[in-house]
Design a protein around this ligand. Structure first.
Ligand SMILES: Nc1nc2c(ncn2[C@@H]2O[C@H](COP(=O)(O)OP(=O)(O)OP(=O)(O)O)[C@@H](O)[C@H]2O)c(=O)[nH]1
Ligand SMILES: [Mg+2]
Length: 253
């Protein structure tokens, strides 16, 4: 099935998605919530549990990683595919590690922090990313999206969508606001986590389960939909992008 899909040690085609952004944006929080979600919805899809390499303060020191399986046949004619999710360590002192973690990434989720005092950190993080992968990003070689977390915070304490769209243009991620808008998403990891953990205590909990006792996908609370969407949308984008490359190389496939 071509070298365009890398294969893991078991020979299964695997795409690598990296979550990049400044320290405290919520990258580890997102991966933790997504791992819990997949465990309650479809434990068989969790190929490798969340591994965290963090420092004594709980911040990531190298990366977090978790690997999931896509239902067979989804998006491709392949029997089985995996997607490996990584987060980078956002603190300034881990800059060198981020280069290593980004190596070979097939898709990029940029996660930013809307808190007013984090504004400069966001910009520095975007500038660093542009220095490392700017060409791959702007030419479409690496599919990407930008997610702003912490929208649970009061509006007066955070930057809003328009500020981020403007910054995306200023750092050269996109050509104009329209293009920025297409790449932009928002979420609250905190809200998603609270809503997910509250579900088993709700009166209608049983109605949200399928016959095997798993959480039904269509029962995701809206905050959980918002949190899972960027990962799942980006994974789809990456797979579609690779299939296009394969078809371009071999029109018969
Ligand atoms: N208010 C609010 N706080 C959040 C949200 N998501 C994460 N946090 C908090 O932000 C802090 C940092 O979260 P992490 O997930 O560790 O951040 P990170 O991006 O992995 O940081 P590094 O590992 O240093 O790169 C924690 O105290 C979280 O509880 C959110 O949606 N809303
Ligand atoms: Mg982290």
């Amino acid at each position: 099935m071509s070298q365009i899909f890398r294969r893991d040690a078991e020979g299964v085609p695997t795409v690598k998605i990296t979550i990049f952004g400044p320290s405290l944006a919520g990258k580890t929080s997102l991966l933790s919530i997504y791992s819990i979600l997949k465990r309650v919805e479809d434990p068989q899809s969790v190929y490798s549990e969340l591994k965290k390499i963090d420092d004594p303060s709980g911040r990531t020191a190298l990366f977090d990683q978790s690997v999931f399986e896509l239902p067979k046949g989804q998006g491709t004619s392949l029997p089985l595919m995996r997607y490996a999710l990584y987060t980078v360590a956002g603190q300034d002192r881990y800059r060198e590690t981020r280069k290593v973690v980004l190596r070979g990434t097939d898709g990029l989720m940029i996660m930013l922090d809307p808190q007013l005092d984090q504004w400069d950190h966001n910009r520095r993080s975007l500038e660093e990313l542009m220095g490392l992968l700017g060409e791959d990003i702007t030419t479409g070689k690496i599919p990407w999206i930008l997610v702003v977390n912490k929208i649970d915070l009061p509006k007066e304490n955070r930057k809003l969508q328009q500020d981020f769209l403007q910054m995306m243009v200023e750092v050269g991620l996109v050509k104009d606001i329209g293009e920025a808008y297409e790449k932009y998403m928002e979420m609250s990891c905190l809200q998603a986590r609270d809503d997910l953990l509250a579900m088993p205590r709700s009166k209608d909990w049983k109605e949200h389960l399928d016959s095997s006792g798993r959480l039904r996908r269509d029962a995701r609370p809206p905050s959980v939909v918002l949190a899972a969407q960027p990962i799942e949308a980006l994974t789809r984008l990456v797979i579609e992008h690779k299939i296009k490359l394969i078809r371009a190389k071999n029109p018969q496939s």
